[in-house]
Design a protein around this ligand. Structure first.
Ligand SMILES: Cc1cc2nc3c(=O)[nH]c(=O)nc-3n(C[C@H](O)[C@H](O)[C@H](O)COP(=O)(O)O)c2cc1C
Length: 424
């Protein structure tokens, strides 16, 4: 798919995850494959201009870490513009803007993001950035402050008018935090509010099936995956393959630029357009959009899925991630940072409490490998004669919030790590 001037190899994106989406993790994901564009953690524009070491570490990259978007955070137009120019000159592929909630009353009482108090002011800030660089500038937002203030469609429309190349929208309100269900109808309303730019849906995509459901039901052009990626770095590769097999071509009318359609309605098809890799090219006529109708192939299901990686493959990739952390952050800091990463991998190991208990204290490379060797020995008790986990010890499948039965107890969700939810 295209993002402004940028041609991407897939319509799958890595969401910014402060503390996780650093260079080692991005390299691991790119080596596995399937991700179209990776984004850094959010970076403070002023810190970047002041050349603070922490900000520079966040934008550290390598040629193989490409294409790369840097997410900027800030409220001073000149700083955001200058930081955008600085990043463009360093060869960054695109710039994403972290956006808070645009509801005035919320911002007046200290909530929300100061830059979002006025739509006009925000649009002017974004225009300053768009005009200052040739690379795409995108914006990432939630649906709004709460269910009474679903302002994302208005904001998306205003930002399209000043030239943003795409909108990323997490289908929850800020009041929701990470609870409740991702609102697919809300994402769809953003898709319908803009005229031509791609809208990328986000929230709770933890399986290829969930990515497909989000594309089908919202009409979004792509899907951005956050927690699902650190839980399962293979998700991009498996989703690309799943969408390829389960997609077929159709042209369906979908109202655009109107901002209507909040209700749960008929399934719509996605914003794919000519030249995008998951589709065949067709020219849509006026009033129609070229789409990929995943829903047309409901018979595909599990047969189209690549198998989940084996335990050995998970361990191999975890060790590669660990080595990259040592290389890029040094042994001491890298080990400290890996204490919260290793338990993400072990979620699919089957019983892993022995591993988790020890790995949260890891402080050097030799110790890490010793912990792993001990764990392999301990884990043997849960295996059958072929070395596979006995069925009763296999981890349950992941289920996105928007794919669970109504009224069912939440299950199979990725936990939310600690952090400043108010800026995410
Ligand atoms: C640990 C963590 C860190 C995050 N950091 C950022 C961030 O730096 N910038 C941002 O826009 N969103 C951030 N988010 C939000 C995610 O990008 C994403 O919108 C959200 O997690 C929903 O997607 P998911 O369900 O695929 O994780 C963060 C979320 C988490 C859990």
């Amino acid at each position: 798919m295209r993002l402004g001037s940028l041609q991407l190899t897939s319509n799958l994106f890595l969401s910014p995850l402060a503390g996780y989406t650093n260079l080692p993790f991005r390299l691991v994901l790119r080596e596995i494959g399937g991700v179209g564009l990776c984004t850094t953690d959010l970076v403070n524009a002023r810190s970047l201009l002041e050349k603070r070491a922490k900000a520079f570490k966040l934008i550290e990259t390598r040629p193989e870490d490409s294409p790369l978007a840097v997410q900027l955070f800030g409220s001073v137009p000149e700083e955001m513009r200058d930081a955008a120019q600085f990043l463009a000159a360093r060869g960054v592929a695109s710039i994403d803007i972290n956006m808070g909630c645009p509801v005035r009353k919320v911002c007046q009482v200290g909530g929300g993001s100061a830059m979002m108090t006025e739509l006009d002011k925000t649009a002017a800030l974004v225009k300053g950035m768009v005009d200052a660089v040739k690379i795409p500038v995108t914006a990432k937002m939630r649906l709004g402050w709460d269910d009474e203030n679903l302002t994302a469609p208005d904001l998306a429309r205003a930002l399209e008018a000043v030239g943003v190349a795409a909108i990323f929208v997490h289908g929850r309100t800020r009041a929701q935090g990470f609870g409740g269900t991702v609102n697919l109808a809300g994402i769809r309303a953003v898709v319908q509010a803009v005229k031509t730019i791609p809208v990328i849906g986000n929230g709770d995509v933890t399986t290829p099936e969930a990515a497909k459901r989000m594309l089908d039901e919202t009409g979004c052009a792509g899907v951005s995956i956050g927690r699902g990626a650190f839980y399962d770095p293979w998700i991009f590769k498996r989703t690309v393959q799943y969408l390829k097999i389960s997609s077929s071509r159709a042209v369906l009318p979908l109202p655009r630029g109107g901002g209507e359609g909040w209700g749960e309605g008929e399934t719509v098809a996605s914003q794919q357009s000519p030249g995008r890799p998951l589709t065949l090219a067709l020219s849509p006529s006026e009033g129609e959009r070229e789409v990929t109708s995943h829903a047309a192939c409901s018979g595909v299901s599990a047969a189209a899925l690549l198998p989940e990686p084996s335990f050995d493959e998970r361990v191999r990739v975890m060790c590669r991630h660990f080595e990259l952390m040592m290389e890029i952050f040094g042994e001491e800091l890298g080990c400290r940072m890996f204490r919260k990463i290793a338990p993400q991998y072990s979620r699919r190991f089957g019983p892993a409490n022995e591993f988790n208990k020890q790995v949260v204290h890891v402080s050097n490379r030799a110790q890490f490998h010793e912990i792993l060797a001990n764990y392999r020995r301990w884990r043997a008790q849960f295996l059958d004669a072929q070395g596979e986990l006995l069925p009763r010890f296999r981890p349950p499948p992941m289920i996105a919030s928007f794919m669970q039965e109504a009224g069912a107890a939440p299950t199979g969700r990725v936990p939310v790590p600690k952090g400043p939810v108010e800026v995410w």
